[in-house]
Design a protein around this ligand. Structure first.
Ligand code: DHB
Ligand code: FE
Length: 280
């Protein structure tokens, strides 16, 4: 049986990718950020998942504003890095797991979640930056990935509750897969986060800390947060945090917090990161 052993969240600030690609990780601005992920990379190398499901958002890279699926599951064998304006990032092609992805699509759709099935897709910083933070800069990524693109770029995004329940449906699908696979689930984006306008750079450390605390202890308090509260309290792009609830829904009710890291500044965003393990 395949099983989900842990959940990981991490912000996906594009400037982190640029710092990596341009060799700036030792600069004073960036060093503390990358240092915060050293333990995470060790944890990932030790955990050695076979497959990582990544709930992330596309930023008008694979999907233009012409078509925006709410939940789109990557069922392809490969997902090349997208050209986000400066050429594709120099990161390995992301290898998928089409068989498990197809099983997840079947199970989750029959459970009432109308996923879009994507058989060809490029992946942007929403996915590639967290991969670097958790796996470093290898020549090839060490496992398979199933991207799950979530709309948080055009109103209305899905509710936190819907995301949480989708996580539960994904878990059920994974656990009904016959092959013995160790699966980790990720949610990317967040935390406090306002990219443009008069409130650009808004950081609400209290909101973020409470969110991290409740992610472990009381996810029910988080699924009730309405969209407007994210936007008002932590900035327009803080809505990306609903993707963390897909991760959380896929875990046990009681989890062990293995590690957390919170860092400001990184561009306009508070970088938040947590690793949660199922206890059994
Ligand atoms: C920034 C953060 C993001 O999540 C994003 O998608 C784009 C930009 C930023 O802080 O610069
Ligand atoms: Fe983003």
């Amino acid at each position: 049986m395949a099983r989900i052993v842990a959940g990981v969240t991490a912000s996906h600030v594009p400037a982190i990718g640029a710092a990596l690609d341009l060799g700036k990780t030792e600069e004073p601005y960036w060093r503390p950020l990358f240092k915060g992920f050293e333990r995470s990379k060790e944890w990932m190398a030790k955990t050695k998942p076979d497959v990582v499901i990544v709930a992330y958002n596309d930023h008008a890279s694979a999907f233009s504003v012409e078509i925006i699926p709410t939940f789109a599951l990557g069922c392809a064998a490969e997902f090349p890095p997208a050209d986000e304006g400066w050429g594709p990032r120099p990161v390995p092609v992301v290898k998928g797991h089409p068989v498990l992805a197809a099983d997840i699509a079947q199970s989750v759709i029959l459970d009432g979640f109308d996923l879009t099935i994507v058989n060809k897709m490029e992946v942007d910083h929403g996915l590639t930056v967290p991969l670097n933070l958790l796996f470093g800069q290898p020549k090839e990524w060490p496992c398979r990935f199933i991207p799950l693109a979530v709309n948080v770029v055009m109103y209305p995004p899905p509710t936190g509750q819907r995301c949480y329940m989708l996580g539960k449906a994904i878990r059920k699908a994974v656990e009904s897969f016959d092959e013995d696979l160790k699966v980790v689930i990720m949610g990317t984006g967040g935390m406090s986060h306002q990219i443009s306008g008069p409130r650009a750079g808004l950081i609400n450390r209290e909101f973020d800390t409470r969110f991290l605390d409740n992610l472990t202890k009381d996810p029910q308090a988080l699924v009730r947060i309405p969209h407007l509260e994210y936007v008002r309290e932590a900035g327009a792009e803080a809505i990306e945090l609903v993707m963390w609830l897909i991760m959380r829904g896929a875990l046990d009710d009681e989890v062990e917090e293995v590690y957390r890291f919170y860092h400001v500044p990184a561009s306009n965003t508070a970088v938040g990161h947590i690793i949660l393990e199922n206890k059994q």
